[in-house]
Each structure stands twice: as C-alpha cells, then as structure tokens.
Design a protein around this ligand. Structure first.
Ligand SMILES: [Zn+2]
Length: 277
C-alpha cells in the first residue's frame, strides 16, 4: 500500500508524516491499516516532545562540577570540556582519550567520552566515572605515575595492595594453589584435576584453605602465571642485544597408516642452530 509518494520520515517517529486528508486521497480504500497508522502516529506525536534544545552550561558550572566530583571520582584529573562561546557544549575524558588503545576491548566500551559526550549533565559524568573502561584507564594512569615515581604495584592496584597485606599463612596457602595450577598446566592434565589435587594436599596436612579450590579458579591462576611468564620473556627479548633460536627437527612418526601399507619413514634431521644478531 502506497500512502503517499511525498511522505517523509519524521525524526521522532518511524511513521510517515502525512495528513489525514492526504492519507484519505492516496489510499482509495481508506482501510483499517491506514486508520491504525493515523491513530498510532497521533498518539506518538502527542507523547513525544519536539526536538529538544541541546543542554549547555556555563564554564563556572563546569568548574563547580569538577570540584564537587573530585573527592569521589578525581574529576579534576580527567574531566575535560569543549567550549563554544561562553557555553560548554561537550564533555570529554582526558584519561580515556590517552589510553584509548588499551581500553578499547573493555566491557561495554564506547568512544562517546573520547570524541566528546553531547549530554552535558552531572549525572552523565558520574555514570562515566563508574564505567569499566574509565576505571581501567584510571588504573593505567596511576600505574604510569607510580612507575615514574619508582613505586610498586601496591600504590596503584588495590588487588596488589590486598595481597601484600594478607597474613603470612594466607599467602602460603595461595602460593600452594598457584603451584598446583602450574603443575596441572605443565603436566598437561585436565583442570578437573586441580580441585582433586587440592583435596589430596589438604589430606596430607598442607594448609590449602577452603577457598579458590575449584577448576575455574585453577584456570584463572594459570592464566596469570602464563601472563607473567610472557611478560618476563618479552622483557628478556627486548633487552637482549642478540639471541639464538634452537629448532629441533621432528624425529617421531605417530601415524597409523593403512593395513598392508608401511608408514613413511620418519624424517630425521639434526637440530638446526639459527643465530640472529
Ligand atoms: Zn574516562
């Protein structure tokens, strides 16, 4: 059914903007669908306000918000704005801009506060301060400052601080569980074995505790062990002036082959030494 060739889509409604008169002329049957559309369109236009004016605030209001939110969200260090005339037209986050490449994969990431948020409201500032991407960007900023000041992870990472302050027996218990996770991974065992080995250790009188003994935690521990090892390796490689790679050839054949057909001979080759300087 063609309602009208000249109909246009309104910015506030998906229904074509047509008058009752036009609709009656263009739809010769004046069918129930047309009537329904008219009814819904008139309802929509009544319920929705016209295009609202973009909210702008003065620079003094912006400064007041910065001060007000500094204690809770450290807003002085990251809250930025775009000014047009004497009014603030957009809000932005300096920290999210700075670490954009590192926060792009965070949960519910959005570049709204990097390009500039058009909704200039204090509630939006609070909402942004509570996002996962912003919290991570702030942690990266603190890490950068801590490194420049020669401070350790306890100064910027709450988890590191909590671990540092753990009682000695809790630290030892955690170390045991990291060892078990490492053992499971390096022995190529199923992570189902992690909780079983924890149980066995407890049975042997090791202070293993009752928390972090399921396979999900075992995988998480293993992930952080791998991440630490990777960082150590990359540091070694970037600091080395030269390094050598030793590549071993394959000396075993595990294929079964078909009955009556002898498997191919294994390729035996001596280790190859490749040196890169
Ligand atoms: Zn931010």
């Amino acid at each position: 059914m063609v309602v009208s060739k000249k109909s246009t889509i309104s910015s506030v409604s998906l229904f074509p903007v047509v008058s009752k008169k036009k609709l009656a002329i263009s739809c010769s049957f004046f069918c129930s669908l047309c009537l329904l559309s008219m009814k819904r369109y008139s309802k929509d236009t009544e319920a929705r306000p016209g295009p609202s004016k973009r909210r702008c605030v003065s620079h003094s209001t912006f400064k007041k918000w910065q001060n007000e939110l500094d204690k809770e969200f450290q807003a002085m260090s990251w809250l930025d704005c775009e000014v047009s005339g004497a009014k603030i037209t957009k809000l932005a986050c300096k920290t999210c801009r700075k670490f954009e490449s590192k926060i792009v994969g965070r949960r519910n990431y959005s570049n709204k506060w990097i390009v500039g948020a058009e909704s200039v409201r204090i509630s939006n500032i609070k909402d942004h301060a509570k996002t996962d991407q912003h919290a991570h960007a702030m942690m990266l900023l603190k890490k950068e400052h801590a490194k420049a000041a020669g401070l350790g992870p306890c100064s910027y990472a709450p988890i590191a601080k909590a671990l540092y302050e753990l009682p000695e027996d809790a630290k030892a218990s955690l170390r045991e569980k990291f060892d078990i996770a490492h053992f499971v991974a390096t022995e190529k065992l199923s992570f189902n074995k992690y909780s079983k080995i924890c149980e066995l250790e407890a049975h042997h009188g090791v202070n293993i505790g009752s928390t972090y003994v399921n396979e999900v935690v075992g995988k998480t521990f293993c992930h952080y062990i791998a991440e630490t090892k990777r960082k150590e390796l990359l540091t070694c490689l970037t600091q080395a002036q030269y390094f050598s790679l030793l590549m071993d050839g394959s000396v075993s054949y595990r294929g079964g082959g078909s009955p009556g057909i002898s498997p191919p001979k294994p390729l035996i080759s001596p280790p190859k030494l490749i040196s890169l300087h």
